[in-house]
Structures are given as structure tokens and as C-alpha cells.
Write a protein that binds this ligand. Structure first.
Ligand SMILES: NC(=O)c1ccc[n+]([C@@H]2O[C@H](COP(=O)([O-])OP(=O)(O)OC[C@H]3O[C@@H](n4cnc5c(N)ncnc54)[C@H](OP(=O)(O)O)[C@@H]3O)[C@@H](O)[C@H]2O)c1
Length: 265
């Protein structure tokens, strides 16, 4: 049976690595058309090329910094110019928007943390989601489209050294809930997918390129992979139009809370 998503436009931010790149590949395998955004041009171009090989009829990349309003608005204008050619009605041609761009910067306690890390986390994880939703809601299929934001278990349970990251992901959860209410009646679904420990470039970014510290995060346990998240995203996006998966918390079996992780010796 043909995928319900086949031929549909799916837009993913943070598609240059981790969950976003894995999601791009998974939606490509469903036959989706893809718009991919991130800051590293070469990396998103490479992911787009891979997606075309995997079966995406179209896969296009555009540089975007979700931490900058002008950049997000330019991304929306570019996206509109591409999808409007295939829009049946009023330019609303994007079936699924995945707000995935973000991450953690630093793991210091509040008394030791740095302004630039806090600001980077607020800009990408919190304001980035708001800016993307403001710019792209008019381009999302109504009824039948979906917005899926990537949160975290950190948005549900706090941990030491994660105050700002937990705060922005808790903010993402509340943005998702508010937008769900604001879009009620349009037929646009809004949901959040909140993962626990997953091995991507996340820890490397958090620890500013320190590979040993990053590896330690996953020591002795089996983390989630980008593919685990990607297949859940495909499931969420491919429900029938009357079904909205509002909130998903997905953890490795070895993790019960942010700080409660089973590690083998
Ligand atoms: N891995 C985990 O354990 C975990 C758990 C829960 C939630 N999450 C969340 O999952 C999402 C994806 O993270 P990941 O694990 O896949 O990490 P990752 O491999 O580091 O990917 C992060 C992606 O976000 C993009 N990005 C970061 N800041 C951006 C900005 N200002 N503008 C545009 N793109 C930006 C990066 O691309 P560029 O650098 O090229 O811009 C990259 O593609 C994040 O929101 C993260 O907070 C991760």
C-alpha cells in the first residue's frame, strides 16, 4: 500500500545531523518531498542528495538560523516559492513541519553557567520554535497537516546542570500545548516528541567538541538512535487526519528519568 505521506511536502529544521538527518532519510523512504534547513550548508546539501537517492521526488536544502527572525522569514519565503507550484489551494502545501533544530550548550550549574550558552539555548530551542511556527503556519495544509516539535524529557523533569536547557524544553512543551489550542478547528495537528538519551551530535555540541565527555554520557547503556526518533516521527505524521498524537515521551529502556540511568560495568 502506498504511504499516506507519499508525494507530500515535509519540512525539517536541524536536518544536518542527528534526529533531523535521520528523519529526512525516513521521510524520503516514504516518498516525501523534502525541504531541509540548518546552518551548515554543505551538511544539509549532502543529506538532501542522500534523500533523493532514497526515493524523495524532491529534496532541497536551505541555510537557516532559527535563532534569527530574518533568517527564518527568508526560509519561509523560499519554501513558499517552491511549494506554491504544487499547492492545490492557497499555498498551504506543507503536510508536516518538524521543528527539531536546537540542543544544549554547557552542563554547568546555574552559579557557573555562561550568558552565551543560555542565550544560544533560548534562541534556538524556544524562540526558534515560535519563529518557525509564526512563519510557517500559513503554509501548512489545513486540514490534514501536522506540526511536530522536538522537546525532551528535560522539559518534563529537571536535572542539575540542566537548568536552562530544562527551562527551554519546558517552554517548548507549553508552546506546543498553546498552539494546539490556537489551531483547534483548522484541522492542523500539533504535537511534541520528547526523547531521552539519544546518541547524535547532541552531547558533542553540549560539551563544545570534547569527545571523551560526550562519549561518557552513553557509557554502559544503550541510548536511542536518530532512527528510533525518525520512525516515531513518521508514525506521528502519517496518522489519519482526525488523529492527533499530542505528546510522546520516548526513552531508552536503560533510562527512567534524566538522572536515573542503568549502566552496565
Ligand atoms: N540527543 C538527545 O539526547 C536529545 C534528547 C532530547 C531532545 N533532543 C533534541 O533533539 C533535537 C535534535 O538534536 P540532536 O540530538 O539530533 O542533536 P544534533 O545532532 O546536534 O542536531 C542538532 C541539529 O540542530 C541544528 N541547529 C542547532 N542550532 C540551530 C540553529 N540556531 N538554527 C538552525 N539549526 C540549528 C544543527 O544544525 P547546524 O549546526 O548545521 O545548524 C543540527 O542539525 C534538539 O532540539 C535537541 O535539543 C536531543
Amino acid at each position: 500500500m502506498a504511504s499516506r505521506l507519499s508525494g507530500k511536502w515535509v519540512l525539517i529544521t536541524g536536518a544536518s545531523s542527528g534526529f533531523g538527518a535521520a528523519a529526512a532519510r525516513a521521510f524520503a523512504a516514504e516518498g516525501c518531498r523534502l525541504l531541509l534547513g540548518a546552518r551548515r550548508a554543505q551538511r544539509i546539501e549532502a543529506v538532501a542528495a542522500e534523500c533523493r537517492k532514497l526515493g524523495a521526488p524532491e529534496a532541497l536544502a536551505h541555510v537557516v538560523d532559527v535563532g534569527n527572525t530574518a533568517s527564518v522569514n527568508a526560509f519561509a519565503e523560499w519554501s513558499k516559492s517552491i511549494v506554491s507550484a504544487s499547492a492545490a489551494e492557497s499555498g498551504r502545501a506543507i503536510q508536516t513541519l518538524i521543528n527539531n533544530a536546537g540542543g544544549a550548550h554547557g552542563a554547568e550549574q546555574v552559579t557557573q553557567a555562561r550568558d552565551e550558552d543560555w542565550e544560544a539555548m533560548v534562541q534556538s530551542n524556544l524562540l526558534g520554535v515560535l519563529r518557525m511556527c509564526r512563519a510557517f503556519v500559513p503554509l501548512i495544509q489545513a486540514p490534514g497537516g501536522s506540526i511536530i516539535n522536538i522537546g525532551s524529557i528535560a522539559g518534563r523533569i529537571a536535572y542539575e546542570g540542566g537548568a536552562a536547557y530544562c527551562a527551554v524544553k519546558a517552554g517548548e512543551l507549553q508552546i506546543t500545548r498553546a498552539l494546539r489550542m490556537e489551531l483547534l478547528g483548522t484541522g492542523i495537528r500539533v504535537g511534541t516528541l520528547d526523547p531521552g538519551l539519544a546518541e547524535t551530535e547532541f552531547a558533542l555540541v553540549r560539551f563544545k567538541g570534547d569527545g571523551d565527555k560526550a562519549k561518557n554520557v552513553y557509557k554502559g547503556m544503550t541510548p536511542l538512535s536518530g532512527e528510533d526518533i525518525a520512525e516515531t516521527l513518521v508514525f506521528m505524521a502519517s496518522r489519519p487526519p482526525h488523529v492527533c498524537i499530542d505528546e510522546v515521551l520516548i526513552l531508552p529502556t536503560d533510562q527512567a528519568t534524566p538522572g536515573k540511568v542503568f549502566r552496565r560495568n
